[in-house]
Design a protein around this ligand. Sequence first.
Ligand code: AMP
Length: 275
Amino acid sequence: MKVYRTVAEFEVDRSKTLALVPTMGAFHEGHLTLMRTARKSADQVAVSLFVNPTQFRAGEDFEKYPRDEECDFELADSAGVDFMFAPSVGEMYGSTGTTVLVGEIGSRWEGAYRPGHFEGVATVVAKLFNIVRPDVALFGLKDYQQCRVIARMVADLNFALRLQFEPTVREPDGLAMSSRNRYLSDDERLRAPVLYATLCQLAGAIRESSSGQIIQMRLAASKMALATVGFAVDYLELVDGETLAPARDASETNRLIVAAKLGATRLIDNVGLAE
Ligand code: AMP
């Protein structure tokens, strides 16, 4: 695996197809599955590893975000990655000023709780697309709103690449894998799977509900159930799977999205009603 630190040295064989998996490192099986899937989607696989400061707000975990480059490089290498792009903050943001505005889709949910987050994500992803110039870029559905924001940006700004969104990889007990799971205490880790279990149960109940009012009641009851287990729920919503606007019917394209804090750790997850 070749490691590149600067934009100038980034080089691949342009006669072959290229897949990109953008990441912030601290690899787990979710990241590695994306990398292995990328292998099947293109001749060459590039991974970017960049903890992007512009998508963190003041007071979030930018400084303490887990970093272990050496271990990540080994894992990526064994997952069959050809090129690792791991720039410094200075290399990526030597000159700043221009940013990508994502509009309404990025102002809801995560965007409301983390103002500026998706502008940071969209800007760095746009830069990575232009630096790496992949034929296909892979993202995890774990970060559902991020997938929709990037799909919008690619459509709106006419990026010439294909997007591939991959299912969430979970621990055996259902907890969505995340670099932030390591922040959980032993006791919190035991309770964390309740988040996904609640989503699954709620999705089942909504599939059987006919009225918007009943759906509303079920959402409220699930929020209370999560609070009982110790979650501080930021939002738990049924949304349109494309626009992320609130939805109140059981159509298969709708999705349940949740963000909740367990102690100091903020977890997000989602399930589709068709799942
Ligand atoms: P991150 O390093 O957290 O920015 O994640 C890099 C990519 O991996 C993003 O596209 C994430 O959506 C994806 N990802 C993170 N966790 C998972 C998971 N549990 N399953 C599938 N994809 C994931």
